[in-house]
Design a protein around this ligand. Structure first.
Ligand code: PLP
Length: 361
């Protein structure tokens, strides 16, 4: 098999041992004579899988008992609508605008008739290269929530210290750093994440929501209603069974590795190696404010579009997949999620050094 380093921002690299385990169970799951993909979601075998997935996630993130864990579909993008629909009808929803995904969350919330949307902080003035100050005095205490994006996948910034929002719950799009940075779930009212970065294959969306925040709306389409999903144990309709099974294997793997703090430690080490190289290089630079830099998505540039293009072409030929920066930012972006190996960062650094030696700096 060809060896590559996959720097994709998502769908992203999965632990090899997880893929191998899935392969070994693909055709015949636990002597059932069936694949997990073929099991009824009402079967006891699948019920055990989804229960274990939830138990493991609760353990890994220390999720308090008064939070529901929902395994949904529709991606994080569906949550841009479900969150305001469930939590903010006839109320004001506050948003922090820190990048392309925040912008989408804001624009979807604005489409809901009964919801008033206010942006209380933004870093759009500087191309989202920093995290803006979020001031408590800008947060009316009767607001439904303050929405933040904990990790801005495209721009490479992270909110490490949560704002003081008083009694207003924080809602977080944690798609690109869930299980990778160790947040305290009790500090949030709701957390959502598409699975395809640190959890498993695309097709699954995890929502962790404080119980008192659900069931506020009398009439909602069932599929958009957290209350319906919670009351049906995420099985109101057919859940994404295989993605949930894969997520369970990834949760087991994270537990074996030592849990989320260990993941965070390793991610910090991997990112520090790359940022050190970028900061000491004369050719490459980081567009992001130092203290707000993401340990999961590391954008870097040469400042010359042609040279960036050449770097991306040569890197691809050398086995570094998906390094090209997002089309809205350009340059390069190395996504370093939990399953990305340190050896991949070391190999990239060696490659960057030789590219710099050949192309000036
Ligand atoms: N939010 C963030 C922070 C993301 O990184 C992404 C995808 O990359 C999304 C939302 C959209 O997720 P999905 O494709 O699951 O809708």
């Amino acid at each position: 098999m060809k060896t590559v380093y996959n720097f994709s921002a998502g769908p992203a690299v999965l632990p090899k041992s997880v893929l191998e385990k899935a392969q070994s169970e693909l055709v015949d799951y636990e002597n059932s004579g069936m694949s997990v993909m073929e099991l009824s979601h009402r079967s006891s075998l699948f019920e055990t899988i989804i229960e274990n997935a939830e138990t493991l996630l609760r353990e890994l993130m220390a999720i308090p008992d008064n939070y529901k864990v929902l395994f949904l579909q529709g991606g994080a993008s569906m949550q841009f609508t479900m969150v305001p629909l469930n939590l903010a009808q006839h109320k004001t929803a506050l948003y922090v605008n820190t990048g392309s995904w925040s912008k989408k969350a804001i624009s979807e919330a604005k489409k809901i008739e009964n919801v008033t949307v206010e942006v209380i902080a933004s870093s759009e003035d500087k191309n989202f290269t920093y995290i803006p100050e979020i001031r408590k005095e800008d947060i009316p205490q009767d607001a439904a929530y303050v929405h933040i994006t904990t990790n801005n996948t495209i721009e490479g910034t992270t909110i490490y210290d949560l704002p003081d929002t008083g009694d207003v719950p924080i809602v977080a799009d944690m798609s690109s750093n869930i299980l990778s940075v160790n947040y305290n779930v009790a500090d949030f009212g709701l957390i959502y994440a598409g699975a395809q970065k640190n959890i498993g294959p695309a097709g699954l969306t995890v929502v962790i929501v404080r119980e008192d925040l659900i069931g506020q709306v009398d009439v909602l389409s069932a599929m958009l209603d957290y209350d319906v999903h919670a009351k049906n144990g995420s099985m109101y309709n057919t859940p994404p069974t295989y993605s949930i099974y894969m997520a369970k294997l990834v949760f087991e793997w994270i537990k074996e590795q030592g849990g989320v703090s260990q993941m965070e430690q390793q991610n910090k080490e991997k990112a520090a190696l790359l940022y050190d190289e970028i900061d000491s290089s004369k050719l490459f630079s980081s567009p992001v404010n130092k203290k707000d830099r993401s340990i999961n998505n590391v954008p870097f540039i040469t400042g010359d579009d042609q040279l960036d293009k050449q770097f991306n072409q040569e890197a691809l030929a050398a086995g570094f997949e998906n390094l090209k920066g997002h089309r809205s930012v350009g340059g390069m972006r190395a996504s370093l999620y939990n399953a990305f190996p340190k050896t991949g960062v070391e190999a990239l650094i060696t490659f960057m050094k030789s590219f710099e030696a050949e192309n000036g700096g």
